[in-house]
Design a protein around this ligand. Structure first.
Ligand SMILES: Cc1cc2nc3c(=O)[nH]c(=O)nc-3n(C[C@H](O)[C@H](O)[C@H](O)COP(=O)(O)OP(=O)(O)OC[C@H]3O[C@@H](n4cnc5c(N)ncnc54)[C@H](O)[C@@H]3O)c2cc1C
Ligand code: SF4
Length: 294
């Protein structure tokens, strides 16, 4: 396998095109285990650390793309910023800082980038163990029929996986936007529900590189997380809440195949037999989060 270390965006252009065999890698905390387990194959790893900005607002490196003082009420976060850097940065809204702090382990947060975090694959063990399930292109959801305690309570008909990113839920609640090498889009639109015609859970095109996030600064925000252990566990349910003026926005992790913007009531959930408990957990966390940002 070849390793490329491009130093300009032009040099990345064309990488990742269909059939080209390239895979982008930043911290590698997700890519390396997937390669090891042969879920992912690559002829070429393209290490994007030399071209993806790292840092918050005016401290962006290696290339700044937005003027630091552009009248924008929020912060700009380079997609190469590590979770460890974000969890201690006072410029970063509380919900995002807390989501980073509660994610993974200190070692993983020191290495893992926010861009890579948004693109992490499902933790569904059927998928990780290479069962020929729907997300692998097959015609069954083994989790729906089998063990699914960690799985979804919303949009779980086709694939019942639960999105594992605390960070993505916080960014959706914050109504953050992404800039890639091709377009700008709300973080919410980075994700799509898989279906028969298209099994992808993101809208990222082959070769599209996430460069930056623009994160609005709300009046108040919080992230609460229920997990099996007190540290180093994926969210059973994560709840991010933000308040800007009189408007509250809630997004959840661990409840649907994608980060879930709650635009109705938690009672609209359609849990599976083993995930009914998540509805109660989510309801309690949402109540606490709403009270905290009120
Ligand atoms: C044991 C373990 C526990 C974890 N626990 C949690 C948790 O509790 N909560 C949570 O939110 N996360 C958790 N994570 C996920 C962790 O935060 C991510 O693995 C990490 O942030 C990924 O960043 P990376 O830079 O290492 O990504 P990489 O492994 O380098 O890349 C991940 C994916 O993103 C792509 N990619 C990377 N950068 C870019 C870019 N700029 N543009 C386009 N594509 C890109 C890669 O091709 C790959 O598909 C856990 C991970 C592990 C291994
Ligand atoms: S939940 Fe999704 S990833 Fe898991 S077995 Fe079902 S289809 Fe596959």
């Amino acid at each position: 396998m070849e390793l490329q270390r491009p130093s300009s965006l032009d040099a990345v252009d064309g990488a990742g095109a269909p059939g080209d065999g390239s895979v982008f890698v930043h911290g590698g905390t997700e890519v390396v285990p997937l390669l090891r387990d042969r879920i992912l194959t690559a002829e070429r790893l393209v290490d994007v650390r030399g071209v993806v900005p790292r840092g918050v607002s005016a401290t962006l490196t290696p290339g700044e793309h937005l003027p630091p003082d552009n009248g924008y009420a929020g912060v700009t976060v380079g997609a190469g910023t590590t979770l460890a850097e974000l969890e201690v940065d006072p410029q970063v809204p509380d919900a995002l800082r807390e989501a980073c702090r509660l994610a993974a382990s200190p070692q993983l947060r020191n290495t893992g980038s926010i861009g890579g975090n948004l693109l992490q694959a499902t933790r569904c063990w059927y998928w990780r163990l290479k069962f020929p399930c729907r997300l692998h292109g097959g015609d069954r959801c083994h989790a729906r029929e089998g063990e699914h305690r960690e799985h979804a309570i919303f949009a779980n008909d086709f694939c019942a996986s639960a999105h594992p990113s605390d960070v993505a839920a916080a960014l959706v609640a914050l109504d953050a936007t992404l800039r890639t090498n091709r377009r700008e889009l709300p973080v919410r639109d980075l994700y799509r529900l898989p279906d028969e015609a298209n099994r992808a859970t993101t809208t990222l095109a082959p070769g599209e590189l996430i460069l930056e996030l623009r994160v609005p600064r709300p009046d108040a925000s919080i992230y609460l997380k229920a997990m099996d252990r007190k540290r180093w566990a994926f969210p059973l349910v994560g709840v991010a809440a933000t308040r800007t003026g009189g408007a509250t926005r809630i997004a959840l992790a661990g409840v649907a195949p994608i980060p879930w913007l709650l635009d109705g009531d938690i009672d609209a959930a359609t849990p599976l037999p083993q995930t009914a408990y998540k509805v109660d957990v989510a309801r309690a966390l949402i109540r606490r989060a709403r009270a905290a940002v009120a």
